[in-house]
Every structure is written in structure tokens, then in C-alpha cells.
Design a protein around this ligand. Structure first.
Ligand code: NAI
Length: 342
């Protein structure tokens, strides 16, 4: 069996290569999967993709024509796959959880970096500038954090915030019963939170959940954290909120238009995306390039689960991590059929 990996980096190869055998051969491509590059998968039974690859209807049709049987996402989010179109053509599996701790800890790392000005202090002291002017931060203890999405990552993030002595307000379409938070409606979360952190998936319902209208409802000086998906936030509205001083700081691990930019080295080049360039130029914005998942533990779990998913589908015709066409869920999917809704 041959697996074509798209959008691969050295750390991907390192974590997957140990699973290669004479019967399981890997082809690693640096390019992202899209309608023009799908051709590279010809002759492979499995295609493995990441967050910024595109598996829309056109791509799925091409892969199906080439005989691809499994589309294995080596990530949790699947907003880049037309699951409905893949129904009865290609099995789609994902990695529902690889380390919620990696993402939640990165979120807190960004928050602390931002509010304690660590990014500025680091640059100053490297230049032997030991001045403290402009580095005043604020305590997290006693502050209110609003968490949107209280699933695996949101839950770990709430536990971390709880440890800091913060008050936690949460909004989730399906509220968790035992979480250390008060479940509230979005409007209250927006108006009472000092910090707002996004941990829900990107869906038609959550697209631009942070926009001009929601920003208007927020406290002046609010800190916005997004380690989930870029399009949860209207980047133009965020920029306006920062320019008007309504938003005190933003920490972004994801960006609406990241797919052609993140994971690549553009130093020495001119980036055409004016909104991203303007955001990065702001002293109170920190951007990391979809890095929150990147720990040794998460990479190991991703490789292990992806290979198991592929083996399950190819040997048994179904996998517990197959995406359900009807409800878009894997866990708690009520479908009794073998192969989920396939
Ligand atoms: P999860 O599925 O465990 O939790 C998502 C939560 O969002 C669930 O509790 C669900 O009920 C809730 N939700 C669904 N629709 C909602 C809505 N309309 N409004 C409010 N809440 C809603 O997922 P997990 O593992 O916690 O991941 C969350 C997100 O984090 C993923 O969807 C993915 O986009 C992102 N992610 C980012 C990574 C990074 O490296 N930056 C790595 C892994 C995931």
C-alpha cells in the first residue's frame, strides 16, 4: 500500500517514517493538496493531508478517479474537506485528539507572553536594554476569561485558567456538565470577559463569530485568543477593533487566510496580505503560524493514530475515527452501520 503525504515538513517525515515497511510505502510531498497537485496521488491508495490542504469536491473526484480509497487527515479539524461529497467514494478519517494539552498550553503561553510583554522584554535584553518602560502588564488572578467551545482543548484551557484563579464564563452549543465554569449566553460572555479564547470548530454557525457586532459588545481592552481556526474571526473587524483601541491585544495561532502563508518561510519576500501585515505590525498582536499542536507528544500521537486509522479502514472497512457524513461527528455518532455513514 502506498500513502501520499501532502504539505509535509521534516518533523512530519520524522514521526511517520518509523511506520514504513515493505508493504507500507510513503511518498512525501511538500506541496499542498489542491486540484492541480492531486495528480501526484496517482497510484496511491491513501492520501494523508493536514489543515491547509484542500479536499473539495473537485479534488475528491480526482482522487476517486485515481483509485484513492482513504483520505486520512493528520489533524482534528476537517473544515477543509467536503465530507458530504466524499460519501460512498472515499473514506475520510481524522485524528480527533492528539494532545489537547499542547494547544491549551500554547494558548496560555501566548496569553502570558502578550500581557506580561515577554516578546518585547526578550528583544530588549538581547540588545542590553534593561529599561522597563512600556512593559507594565496585568495579573490574571481574579480576571474573567470567556471560553467559546468547551470540548477537549477548551476544557484543558479552562483547567489551566482555574489554576490561575480566574473566573471562567463559557459558551458551547453542547455545554459540558462538569466543567469549572459558568455556562452563559454569548452576549454575556462578550460583555463580561477580560479575555476571550476560541476553542470551537469552524462551521457555518461559528464562521466570523467574532465580528464587528460582537466586538462592539466587548469590554474595552479585551484580549482575544484564537488557537482554533482563523475564520472564527473576521480579521478586518479585529484590525479595526485594535486600531480603535477597543481590543487591548490579540494572540493568533490561526488566521483566516493562512493557507498560502503559514508553514512557509516568507522572510525576504513581500507578503501580499495587507491585513496580516498590518496585524503583525501592531505592538499588541502576537502571531504564531498554526504552531499550537507542535509538541513531540502530539506529533507521536498524530502518526500513531493516523497509521491505525488507515490500517483499520483497509483491513476492516471501518474505523472509529471515520468522519460521519450525516452529523460530522465520530464520537457519539449514532449510526449503527458498519463503516459509520459510509
Ligand atoms: P472538540 O470537538 O473536543 O471540542 C469542540 C467544542 O466546540 C465541542 O464542545 C462542541 O460542542 C463545541 N461547539 C461546536 N459547535 C459550536 C458552536 N456553534 N458554538 C459553540 N461551541 C460549539 O474539539 P477540540 O479537540 O477541543 O478542538 C477544538 C478546535 O481546535 C478544533 O476544531 C480545531 O479547529 C482547533 N485545533 C487547533 C489546533 C492548532 O494547532 N492550533 C490543533 C488542534 C485543534
Amino acid at each position: 500500500m502506498k500513502i501520499a503525504f501532502f504539505d509535509t515538513k521534516p518533523y512530519d517525515k520524522q514521526s511517520f517514517e518509523k511506520y514504513a515497511t515493505d508493504d507500507l510505502k510513503f511518498k512525501f510531498f511538500e506541496t499542498k493538496l489542491n486540484v492541480d497537485t492531486a495528480e501526484l496521488a496517482r497510484g496511491c491508495e491513501v492520501v494523508c493531508i493536514f489543515v491547509n490542504d484542500t479536499a473539495d469536491a473537485d479534488v475528491i473526484d480526482k482522487l476517486y478517479e485515481f483509485g484513492v480509497k482513504v483520505l486520512a487527515l493528520r489533524c482534528a479539524g476537517y473544515n477543509n474537506v467536503d465530507v458530504k461529497h466524499a460519501f460512498q467514494k472515499i473514506h475520510v478519517v481524522h485524528v480527533p485528539a492528539y494532545s489537547p494539552y499542547a494547544v491549551a498550553e500554547h494558548t496560555m503561553a501566548m496569553l502570558l507572553t502578550s500581557i506580561r510583554r515577554i516578546h518585547k522584554a526578550y528583544i530588549r535584553t538581547r540588545d542590553f536594554n534593561f529599561s522597563l518602560s512600556g512593559l507594565t502588564g496585568f495579573d490574571l488572578y481574579g480576571k474573567t476569561v470567556g471560553v467559546i467551545g468547551t470540548g477537549k482543548i477548551g476544557r484543558v484551557f479552562m483547567d489551566i485558567c482555574h489554576g490561575f484563579g480566574m473566573k471562567i464564563l463559557a459558551y458551547d452549543k453542547y455545554p459540558a456538565v462538569d466543567a469549572p465554569c459558568e455556562h452563559v449566553e454569548l452576549d454575556r460572555l462578550f460583555s463580561e470577559s477580560d479575555i476571550i479564547s476560541m476553542h470551537c470548530p469552524l462551521t457555518t454557525e461559528t464562521y466570523h463569530i467574532i465580528d464587528q457586532k460582537s466586538i462592539e459588545k466587548m469590554k474595552k481592552g479585551v484580549v482575544i485568543l484564537n488557537t482554533s481556526r482563523g475564520a472564527l474571526i473576521d480579521a478586518e473587524a479585529l484590525l479595526d477593533g485594535i486600531k480603535s483601541r477597543k481590543i487591548g491585544a490579540a494572540c493568533l495561532d490561526v488566521y483566516e487566510e493562512e493557507s498560502d502563508i503559514f508553514f512557509e518561510d516568507f522572510s525576504g519576500h513581500i507578503v501580499d496580505d495587507d491585513t496580516l501585515a498590518r496585524l503583525i505590525s501592531m505592538p499588541n498582536v502576537i502571531v504564531t503560524s498554526h504552531q499550537a499542536f507542535l509538541t513531540n507528544e502530539a506529533l507521536g500521537n498524530i502518526a500513531e493514530t493516523t497509521i491505525n486509522n488507515i490500517k483499520e479502514i483497509t483491513s476492516q472497512g471501518c474505523s472509529g475515527n471515520e468522519l460521519c457524513y450525516h452529523c460530522g461527528k465520530t464520537e457519539n455518532c449514532k449510526a449503527k452501520r458498519i463503516g459509520k455513514c459510509f
